[in-house]
Design a protein around this ligand. Structure first.
Ligand code: NAG
Length: 462
């Protein structure tokens, strides 16, 4: 046996490219082991050409590859001189170098080659989604795409790194087609508050939910919650968009109702003064009687929630003054809160002041009546003293009572003006014109309503 010479050791090696670099010649090259191209040459030994020697060239190795060798001498002569080998790589690897080599007389193979792993490029990230791959970006790796919650995938659900280093299909997208959800409050009917023509209506602002977006701006069309609404029907709309411009809307109605009672009629010989709008829920109407009439029954009525008025309507009855009272107090009680009194006192019916005053009062009669004033005359000195209201005479006890209670002297002409509560408001010791009396009463004694009523009826006295 011939001695086997030391062979130059040529290791075909595999180049690993760094992740993400696919084209040749760039990136870092990492060698998996240290038995790369190491050459031992024994120059002193020059063998004769021997076609029969089976180990003329060293044994070929191709990591991740195959070779098909043909030697004229048969299968055992794979490394013999003249043997030719076709090189190919396994799936997922690409051959770099010679695809066919021959064992040469120099005992070297005619070329080198190696199998480089084939990679696809790194897949880019997609918006609102992600992918995961079975074998990274290597050949045959399958990358499955998924979308984040609320997004639907459109396009290829997965891509496969193909043998040639390219991805199958195309990059999918994640789209949001789900509109947000918006829930409006319930429609409502609200009755205007008592004594008002409006209602304050509040509601919970709707909230929007979306499969993809967390916070969205909600737009309102119509009055705000907590606004004061006047009578009528209102539609309040809400609208919301998600980031993908999917829209949701909702609406509800607010109906404000003013409850009304039938319109009240003024009493015969009287009038009404009402608050608020006159006949809306909560309105209060006050009944008044014209001068000379007195009210029998309630003074005010309220418009109730059930659209009816409280109490019964009062009437204005002609005022009956009883003069056959036994005491001044009983007489005055009849006027309490109804009439004012002007008490005229004179020592004699022939008194000049009295005569003058009498003429003026007769002319002023209608005007005094309009101002709710009744005149009481106390004339003379006992035992010939007379007291009267118009043609009706008073008891002597009553006259005495009046004089004492109000300190009205018999010594000279004088007058006392009492208000509706019987309080002494003014005294006169000289005859007084009707204008002066009227002015005093209007300025100090009349209520605002009585003033208005007086303006309305003033010409009745002409
Ligand atoms: C309205 O309500 C009042 C008091 O609550 C009651 O007295 C009256 O009968 C009611 N009227 C009607 C028409 O229901």
């Amino acid at each position: 046996m011939k001695k086997v010479p030391a062979l130059l050791l040529l290791e075909l090696f595999t180049v690993y490219h760094a992740l993400g670099l696919s084209h040749e010649g760039s990136g870092a090259i990492m060698y998996p082991n240290s038995d790369n191209e190491v050459v031992h040459e024994e120059t002193h030994y020059t063998p004769e050409l021997d076609y029969k020697y089976p180990h003329w060239c060293r044994t070929l190795k191709l990591h991740n590859g195959h070779m098909t060798c043909s030697s004229p001498r048969g299968g055992n002569y794979r490394n013999s001189l003249g043997t030719r080998c076709a090189l190919s790589c396994e799936r997922g690897y690409k051959l770099l170098g010679q695809s066919s080599v021959q064992c040469m007389s120099s005992r070297r193979w005619s070329g080198t080659a190696y199998c480089r792993v084939v990679r696809c490029h790194v897949l880019s990230h997609i918006q609102h989604g992600a992918y995961s791959c079975s074998r990274s970006f290597l050949v045959h790796s399958r990358c499955d795409y998924s979308c984040f919650q609320g997004y639907q995938i459109e396009g290829d659900r997965y891509r496969v790194c193909q043998a040639g280093g390219s991805w199958s299909g195309a990059e999918p997208t994640c789209a949001d087609h789900d509109p947000p959800k918006l829930k409006c409050p319930l429609s409502r009917v609200k009755v205007a508050e008592p004594g008002k023509l409006t209602a304050t209506v509040s509601w919970e602002r709707p909230t929007a939910t979306d499969t993809a977006d967390i916070s969205m701006q909600i737009l309102r069309n119509g009055p705000e919650s907590g606004s004061e609404f006047s009578e009528g029907q209102y539609v309040i709309r809400y609208k919301v968009y998600d980031q993908a411009r999917n829209m949701a809307t909702c609406k509800f109605t607010v109906h404000v109702e003013v409850r009304r009672c039938p319109v009240l009629k003024a009493p015969l010989h009287g009038y009404l003064s009402c608050s608020s709008d006159g006949n809306n829920y909560g309105a209060v109407c006050e009944y008044h009687c014209d001068a000379g009439y007195e009210r029998s029954g309630t003074s005010t009525r309220v418009c109730l929630f059930n659209r009816s008025w409280s109490d019964q309507a009062p009437e204005c009855m002609l005022m009956q003054i009883k003069t056959d009272m036994r005491s001044a107090g009983a007489l005055l009680d009849q006027f309490y809160e109804k009439r004012r009194l002007l008490i005229v006192s004179t020592p004699s019916a022939t008194d000049q002041y009295y005569k003058l005053q009498n003429i003026m009062l007769q002319r002023a009669g209608c005007g005094l009546d309009l101002r709710h004033v009744t005149v009481i005359e106390l004339i003379g000195i006992p035992p010939h003293e007379v007291g009267r209201i118009k043609e009706q005479f008073l008891d002597t006890e009553v006259i005495e009572g009046l004089r004492q209670a109000l300190q009205i002297t018999r010594s000279y002409f004088n007058m006392v003006l009492l208000d509706e509560l019987g309080i002494d408001r003014e005294r006169f010791i000289n005859p007084t014109t009707s204008d002066e009396l009227y002015n005093f009463i209007e300025e100090y004694l009349l209520t605002e309503e009585e003033q208005e009523r007086l303006q309305l009826n003033k010409d009745l006295c002409d």
